[in-house]
Design a protein around this ligand. Structure first.
Ligand SMILES: CC(C)(COP(=O)(O)OP(=O)(O)OC[C@H]1O[C@@H](n2cnc3c(N)ncnc32)[C@H](O)[C@@H]1OP(=O)(O)O)[C@@H](O)C(=O)NCCC(=O)NCCS
Length: 178
């Protein structure tokens, strides 16, 4: 099997399994955010390619790394005890004029439903406020039920339904005030 070379500076490695026994029970207060290192980029690419909705779309880890490398200035990595537990991307501009845009938010599958998603989202909201934005928007596949409930729970409402240029599929455009 030949491996596609994406960025000679970054090796696409398997995501190391977090040492669950050593992680605190209450994860949200333990999470720290930073800009990604090259090593983190490999971890977030592995996380994205193994998570819905990208997994079902057949996105490879190399595809994920390529997409995330283009988004690197907007990537914020969440770590607990120095292990990558999730990431979020926040751009100043997106599909809603004047609103910041959250393109990706992902938490490690084995650590979901423990409040980490909300902690990562709160960081994204703060990043958007620091960009002097008053609103943040996102697009989500209506079939991605966990994400839709997560966003509704976090105060996002649907402002429009749009057709994805890439897939031709329907997406919800959601936003909330900051
Ligand atoms: C969406 C996602 C980031 C949520 O992360 P998480 O760490 O599980 O979120 P939290 O534990 O903070 O959940 C907060 C609330 O959101 C809602 N929620 C989260 N996951 C849910 C699910 N699977 N089903 C229903 N509601 C859900 C619940 O109301 C939850 O509160 P509760 O656990 O007290 O009931 C995570 O499911 C994920 O990484 N999904 C894959 C990637 C993805 O689809 N991203 C969005 C599109 S880019």
């Amino acid at each position: 099997m030949t491996m596609k070379r994406v960025d000679p500076g970054v090796e696409v490695a398997a995501m190391p399994v977090p040492d669950m026994a050593n992680l605190p029970n209450d994860l949200a207060p333990a999470v720290k955010f930073s800009a990604p290192t090259d090593e983190d980029m490999a971890s977030v690419a592995a996380l994205r390619s193994s998570s819905e909705p990208w997994k079902s779309r057949g996105e490879t880890v190399e595809d994920s790394l390529k997409a995330l490398t283009a988004l690197r200035p907007f990537v914020h990595v969440a770590k607990v005890q120095n292990q990558v537990v999730g990431y979020v991307t926040v751009e100043r501009d997106g599909p809603v004029p004047g609103a910041a845009y959250m393109r990706n938010i992902v938490v490690r599958p084995e650590l979901r439903r423990r409040g980490l998603g909300m902690a990562v989202l709160n960081q994204a909201l703060q990043v958007a406020r620091d960009m002097f934005r008053k609103t943040i928007a996102l697009r989500v596949d209506p079939a991605n039920a966990p994400a839709v409930s997560f966003y509704r729970n976090a105060g996002f409402t649907t402002v429009a339904t749009v057709v994805s240029k890439k897939s031709g599929k329907l997406r919800l455009l959601m936003s909330r005030e900051l």
